[in-house]
Design a protein. Sequence first.
Length: 347
Amino acid sequence: MSQSAYQVSPRELGTLLPDQPSYRVDQLREWLYEHPVLDPADMTNLPGDVRNTLRLWPFAAEIEQSADGGRTRKWLFRAPDGASIESVLMGYERRTTLCISSQAGCAMACTFCATGQFGFERHLDAGEIVAQVAYANAALRSRPIAGSPARVTNVVFMGMGEPLANYTNLRESLHRMIEVIDLAARSVTVSTVGVIPGIRRLADEPWQIGLAISLHAADDELRNTLIPLNTRYPLAELVEAARYFFNRTGRRVSIEWTLMDGVNDTADQAEKLASIAQQLRAHVNVIAMNPTPLTAQQAPGRLAIDDFMKELSRHGANATYRETRGQEIDAACGQLRIRGLTEEGET
Ligand code: SF4
């Protein structure tokens, strides 16, 4: 099968149109990145034979779900080799945020994460990563979210996969988002469970993108049980790398904390987390665990959540509890994939 147009670098798009004048290549680039459309037939200024032969998307949208009164949309895309890719679009008053995947599956095996329980399928290439943004923009163009910008304004790498374990493709996708789609670097956030060499490389890139550390535990003893990578890159080294990122980019990192009942919702964890957050001058985003059939952990009750937030505040942390979006549509990463596999009888 021919390559999707997104799997060809924007600089090399001419290879897809060898018999066409160069302005056709510019037109194609604009359709792909500036005004994407779901169907090549809608690329109205390109000749019919180009539209008929172009392979536009590197995947097919297999499932689309909607929740929160249409303000949250989730896609499960399927690549021709069977790899699954999930994206979640969330509309707010002043921004439209897309959560994207960087890998099919994930090798990190975090015990609280549905994706981690499947293991690693493969890296997504840069085209498959950036096409998630273009697809969402094309979908918004034909069906905007009422009351939200009709274009993706913010991108977070918080879907399936550990982006810093797929650095080359991550870098190329960032390049295209920032320099070709023209997304503000500051509105793109890469989330990591702590791939320290990747954090340092990202800090040395020319873009002021955001970094979110998925911390979830504030000492090595607990973190080793939740995030196996912590045994390789322990907490003190992770904090040091986050500090390096802050010093190099001038951007404060944020800390992500998925609250799990009886696991990391204790006063002791809150105190240690507050100390780390203060060292990094980081903001802490707390969400409750979204349980899945594959994970043992559960969400704490409302009282435990309130107590944890009070403890954080008492110890001086700058923290926000965020309600999770799209609970009725399996919006935690990897959950659509679980559903697909369960329905196919594979789990
Ligand atoms: S939490 Fe992130 S890094 Fe950990 S297994 Fe899930 S996708 Fe991978």
